[in-house]
Design a binder for this molecule. Structure first.
Ligand SMILES: Cc1cc2nc3c(=O)[nH]c(=O)nc-3n(C[C@H](O)[C@H](O)[C@H](O)COP(=O)(O)OP(=O)(O)OC[C@H]3O[C@@H](n4cnc5c(N)ncnc54)[C@H](O)[C@@H]3O)c2cc1C
Length: 303
C-alpha cells in the first residue's frame, strides 16, 4: 500500500480533520504557483495537528508544514507528501500575565499585532505588515524595520519528532531569518508566547500605519511575490546589488525582477515556479560574476 492509501485509511478514523487530495499549492502560496500537494490537512488546533501528523505512515515522505505560503516556492509538478496547512489554527488569547499574548501557529502576524494593539501592548508593530503566520514567523525569525520575532517572543510550543516542549526564545536559536525549527527534521511550531511592553493603542496603531505606508511605497505589493527573495548578504543589501548589476526587469517567462524593488522576484504574468527559479538562479549567477557576492535565497525552495 502506498503512503497515500495508508494515510487515507488512518485519517478516515478522524472525520473532523479536513483533508483535501491533490490540492493545488498555487492556491496557498503568495507566488500563486505550485502544483498539487498529494494530501493537504487543515487542523483547527494542536490536537488535530497531532492527529493529522500521526496518520502519516512511518517510512513515508516527511510531512511539510506551512502557514500562509508567503515564503515558499513549490514545484510545478506538485508535492508527493502530506502538507499540513496551519491556517485554521487561529486561537489568540491573553497570556499568563498582562504583558503576554498567546497565539496558535496559524494566526496571521497581522492578527497578533492587532490583538496586541487592542490590549495596549507594544512590540509587535513591525510584524503587522508581514503577510505570514505566527508559525512561519517563528520558523523564519521574520523581521522588518528594525524589529524581529526574537525581540517579541518569550518562547514557543514546539513539537520535535514525538516530543512537545516549550522552548524559550534562547532555545529557539533565532538569528537573521533562521531558527532551530528550520534546522531540525520533523520539528514544528504549534503556538507562540509573545512578551510585550505596555503602550498606548493610538501610538501603536499610528506606528503600524506608518510602516504599512512605507511598505506600500517601496514594495511591488500589486504583484504576487514572496517578499524579499534573497537574504541580506553581510555588508550589502541584496536589492541594491541586483539593481547595480542592471537586473531590474530581468524576465524569464512570467517571472520578473521587480522594477519597483529589485530585491523582489514577482509573478508578473502567469509565471510558473520554474520561471521564478530560473530568475533566481540567473540573478545569483550575474551578481556573483559582477560583484563576487553570493546571494542566498530567503524563499524556501521545495523539491
Ligand atoms: C509581500 C511580502 C512581504 C514580506 N515581507 C516580509 C518582511 O518584511 N519580513 C520578513 O521576515 N518576511 C517577509 N515576507 C516573507 C514571509 O511573509 C515571512 O517569511 C513569513 O514569516 C512566512 O510565514 P508563512 O506563514 O507564510 O510561512 P510559509 O511561507 O508557509 O513557510 C515558510 C517556512 O516556514 C515553515 N513553517 C511555516 N509554519 C510552520 C510551523 N507552524 N512550524 C514549523 N515550520 C513552519 C515552512 O515549513 C517553511 O519552511 C514577505 C512576504 C511577502 C509576500
Amino acid at each position: 500500500m502506498d503512503w497515500k492509501s495508508e494515510f487515507d485509511r488512518r485519517v478516515s478514523v478522524f472525520p473532523g480533520v479536513k483533508v483535501l487530495s491533490d490540492e493545488p499549492m498555487k492556491r496557498h502560496t503568495s507566488f500563486r504557483t505550485g502544483g498539487p500537494a498529494a494530501r493537504m490537512a487543515f487542523p483547527k488546533d494542536a490536537g488535530e495537528f497531532l492527529l493529522a501528523l500521526s496518520c502519516a505512515p512511518e517510512g513515508g515522505p516527511e510531512p511539510f508544514v506551512m502557514g500562509s505560503g508567503t515564503n515558499v516556492l513549490a514545484p510545478d509538478g506538485g508535492l508527493d507528501r502530506l502538507v499540513i496547512n496551519t491556517r485554521e489554527m487561529r486561537k489568540l488569547e491573553p497570556g499568563p500575565d498582562p504583558y503576554t499574548i498567546c497565539a496558535a501557529a496559524g494566526c496571521s502576524l497581522r492578527q497578533a499585532a492587532e490583538f496586541a494593539c487592542t490590549r495596549g501592548l507594544t512590540g509587535l508593530e513591525f510584524a503587522h505588515g508581514i503577510p505570514g503566520t505566527v508559525g512561519g514567523g517563528v520558523c523564519m525569525n521574520a523581521g522588518a524595520y528594525d524589529g524581529e520575532m526574537s525581540q517579541a517572543l518569550s518562547g514557543a510550543l514546539v513539537l520535535a519528532e514525538t516530543d512537545i516542549s516549550y522552548l524559550s526564545v534562547d532555545a529557539l536559536e533565532l538569528s537573521y531569518r533562521h531558527s532551530i525549527v528550520m534546522e531540525q527534521p520533523r520539528t514544528y511550531v504549534l503556538q507562540a508566547l509573545f512578551r510585550l511592553r505596555p503602550g498606548t493603542p493610538a501610538d501603536i496603531r499610528a506606528k503600524m500605519e506608518t510602516l504599512l505606508q512605507r511598505r506600500k511605497a517601496s514594495q511591488p505589493l500589486e504583484y504576487p511575490s514572496a517578499g524579499s527573495t534573497f537574504k541580506r548578504p553581510a555588508g550589502h543589501y541584496a536589492g541594491t546589488l541586483i539593481e547595480q548589476c542592471g537586473l531590474k526587469g530581468l524576465r524569464v517567462g512570467g517571472a520578473e525582477v521587480s522594477e519597483k524593488h529589485a530585491g523582489f522576484v514577482i509573478n508578473r504574468d502567469g509565471a510558473t515556479s520554474a520561471d521564478i527559479l530560473a530568475v533566481i538562479r540567473e540573478v545569483q549567477r550575474r551578481v556573483f560574476d559582477q560583484t563576487g557576492v553570493t546571494l542566498e535565497p530567503e524563499v524556501r525552495i521545495l523539491e
